[in-house]
Write a protein that binds this ligand. Structure first.
Ligand SMILES: Nc1nc2c(ncn2[C@@H]2O[C@H](COP(=O)(O)OP(=O)(O)OP(=O)(O)O)[C@@H](O)[C@H]2O)c(=O)[nH]1
Ligand SMILES: [Mg+2]
Length: 393
């Protein structure tokens, strides 16, 4: 415990725990001092006022601590992104994935790939000086290119992952579609357990796409309520229907709501989607669904059938988000760089290529790996990553 005073007036500001940490074994790699003062806003303000008056001291910018840690080699860029994901993780699945990336999961793998690539590149480059004397690649180079082929295969395999990692970050998108008055908004409200969407007996109530994020057994789900599909002349409703079709087409799962016969004004169907669950609505009315036999039935009023629907969604989420192994790629940025590296590796492997060109393709693959982990640091990439942090991280 230390007494913190204003050096100008001698006034006591707080009794605080002050902890010093010697670099380079700290989060930033620099020497650090932490003040653990009492949490009242006036205390914090007074301490900050006195500290920032001292020459050379200022408040950190957003993400500055993490940025210094990165610049001092304490963590790679993918780990920085993992940390950002950890701070914003809302479900258990997202937290687990973020902890893994913050701990250097993809960074470690990419560094291992890069090390192998550099070895092969060194062998190809060492052969360059003697290229005139011997057009046939020697054994060393053949072995090196054999490893590059294996590397390209590993990259390809890592990229065939159904984009699980990215999906887990943003959540599984589940679009609710169907004819007007089918009970789409009522179902959204029932699943969200809040009064999110307007429900009325007038067909064509919903126009905009409404989004609600839910946590279903640890998996993030983004539910979309959409405008009822029907033929109409109303330009506002037409725009709503266009958005509904658009969002449903790109959603991971589509719930097609089937109202009881006579309840829905239109039977216009939704075009094919690989993941459709047909849900009969208004089950409390003891309904007849005619020829449109649904997969399951629910009532937003009596809540009958909601639990089976939630289980079904949880099961779909587990299937689409968790897969067999932990996802290596969790961001579009990672995917772009790995795809670029893979392309360059295959290019380097093409037949009859002069050794200089082969080496150049391998170098470019290495640059793509380097961009992923932040070893090669175009300012705009770094700026984009760090600006998502809050101050104090
Ligand atoms: N009995 C019964 N009525 C329901 C149920 N779900 C919705 N309704 C009624 O059906 C009508 C339409 O419900 P909404 O949820 O607004 O339907 P919607 O599909 O969102 O309709 P649009 O936004 O117009 O496309 C309202 O009068 C609801 O009260 C249900 O489970 N049981
Ligand atoms: Mg609605």
């Amino acid at each position: 415990m230390r007494t913190l005073c204003d050096p100008e007036t001698g006034e006591t500001l707080d009794q605080a725990l002050v902890a010093g940490f010697a670099g380079p074994d700290t989060v930033t790699g620099e020497d650090l001092v932490e003040f653990h003062c009492h949490g009242g806003p006036a205390v914090v303000r007074a301490v900050l006022r006195v500290l920032t008056r001292a020459p050379g001291l200022r408040l950190a910018e957003a993400g500055e601590f993490t940025r210094r840690g990165f610049e001092n080699g304490r963590l790679d860029l993918a780990a920085v992104e993992g940390l950002a994901d950890l701070i914003s993780a809302e479900t258990e699945g997202q937290r687990r994935q973020a902890v893994r990336q913050a701990g250097g999961f993809i960074g470690g793998q990419v560094e291992a790939w890069r090390a192998r690539l550099i070895q092969a590149l060194a062998i190809v480059e060492s052969g360059l000086d003697f290229a005139d004397e011997d057009d046939v690649p020697d054994d060393g180079e053949a072995a090196a290119m054999g490893d590059i082929a294996a590397l390209a295969d590993e990259l390809a395999a890592a990229l065939v992952d159904g984009e699980r990692g990215e999906r887990l970050r943003r959540g599984l998108e589940v679009a609710i579609v169907g004819p007007p008055n089918a009970g789409k908004s009522s179902l959204l409200n029932a699943l969200a357990r809040r009064d999110v969407a307007i429900v009325t007996a007038t067909p064509g109530t919903t126009r905009d796409v409404l989004e609600v994020d839910l946590d279903l057994s640890g998996y993030p789900i983004r539910l979309l309520d959409t405008a009822g599909l029907r033929r109409t002349e109303d330009p506002i409703e037409l725009e709503g229907i266009r958005r509904a079709r658009d969002r449903a087409a790109s959603a991971d799962v589509v719930l097609v709501l089937v109202p009881p016969v006579g309840e829905g004004v239109s039977r216009e169907t939704f075009p094919d989607h690989p993941n459709v669950v047909r849900v009969g609505t208004k089950a409390d009315l003891d309904p007849d669904y005619g020829r449109d036999a649904p997969d399951l039935t629910v009532s937003a009023v009596s809540e009958r059938g909601l639990d089976p629907l939630i289980s079904r969604l949880g099961w779909l989420a587990a299937d689409q988000l968790s897969g067999g192994e932990d996802a290596l790629v969790t961001r579009e940025r990672h995917r772009t760089e790995l795809m670029e590296a893979e392309r360059e590796l295959w290019a380097a492997l093409s037949d009859g290529l002069p050794a200089e060109a082969r080496a150049e393709h391998l170098r470019r693959a290495g640059v793509a790996f380097g961009r992923l982990t932040g070893r090669i640091d175009p300012e705009e990439v770094l700026g984009a990553v760090f600006s998502t942090f809050c101050i104090g991280k």
